[in-house]
Design a protein around this ligand. Sequence first.
Ligand code: P6P
Length: 339
Amino acid sequence: MTSQRTATMGEFLVETQKAFPQANGGLTQVLSSIRLAAKVVHRTINKAGLVDILGDAGSENVQGEHQMKMDIYANDTFLKSFKSMGEVCGVGSEELEDFIAFDDDIHNNSKYVVLMDPLDGSSNVDVNVSVGTIFSIYQRVSPLGKPVQLEDFLQPGNKQVAAGYVIYGSSTMLVFTTGNGVNGFTLDPSIGTFCLSHPLIQVPENGSIYSVNEGNYVHFPEGVKRYIKYCQELDEPSGRPYTSRYIGSLVSDLHRNLLKGGIYLYPTGTKSPKGKLRLLYECNPLAFITEQAGGRATDGYQRIMDIKPEELHQRVAYFVGSTAMVLEAESFIHSADRS
Ligand code: P6P
C-alpha cells in the first residue's frame, strides 16, 4: 500500500491479514462479501425513489414489524453474497424467524457465522433519511462438516471476531473492527470502491449529545427520567443543557456519536418491557465497535458483550457511546434503584 494515496478496503484487508500469518483468508473473504453486498444495496437505495422498491412489502418480520421492500431486498442481497463464497456456514437475520443454514458440503465445512440487521431503520428509506446495515461475525462452535446449529449464534458478544455497520447516508460508509481498532471506509461511487477515510476512530471520552426517543419519556424507568432531566438542566460549566439529536436510525445516531461524542439510549419501558433493540445483531456488533473505539456499551447494569444470549431475537436495554456519559446515565439508574 503506497502512502501517496488513500488505501482501498481491499488493500487494507490484505495488509491487515499479513499481521496474522495463521490466517487463511476466510475472514477477509467474509468482509469482502459484505463489501460487495453493501455496494449493491447502496446502488438500489440511491434509486429507491425511482424504482418500485419503496414502502411496505405487505408482510411482517418475526418482530411483527411491517417489512419494507428494501428490508427484504437487503436481506436477500447479503444472503446471496454470503452463500456465493464458501466461508459462511449460516446467517441469522432480523428479517428471518429462524437462522439460515447453508447446508452443503462446502458451507458445512465453513467456520464463520454472521448475524445481521440487513437494513436497520428501513422505515426511513421512503422519507430519505439515512439507514444502515449492521453485522456481527463469529467462529462457529459446532463441529465442522455438519450444518450450523443455534448454539453457533447464541454466543456472547465478547466472542465476536469482527463486527461493523454500513451507513447509507450523505455518503455510504463501511465501518468495521476485527478487534484491533475501528476503521471507516467511504464509498467512492465513481469507481465503486470503499476508501479508508476514517482510520482508527476514537470516540471522545465525553460528549454533549444525547439520543433518545423522548416521546417515550413517560414509559421510562425513574433513573432514566432523572438522567434525561439532568441532560436538560442549565449548568454551563458542564456544558449542559446537552444537545438532543435523535434520527430514529440507530446506525446514524451511533455513527454521529462515535465521531463527535454522545450517548444513545434505548431503555426498557412499559412500552418495551425488555427494550426494543436486539442483542445479537444490533447491540453486540455496535458494542464491539464502540468499545474498540474507546467507548462503553451496557444495558444499564452489565456490559452488553458479556450477556449470554438465550434466543436469536432477544431484546435488551441499550446505553452506548462516550464512556463518561454512559457511566453518568448508569449512576442515575443505580441511585434510583437504591431509592
Ligand atoms: P423508536 C429502527 O426501527 C430502530 O431499530 C433503530 O434504528 C432506531 O434507533 C429505533 O428503532 C427507533 O425506535 O421506538 O424510537 O421509533
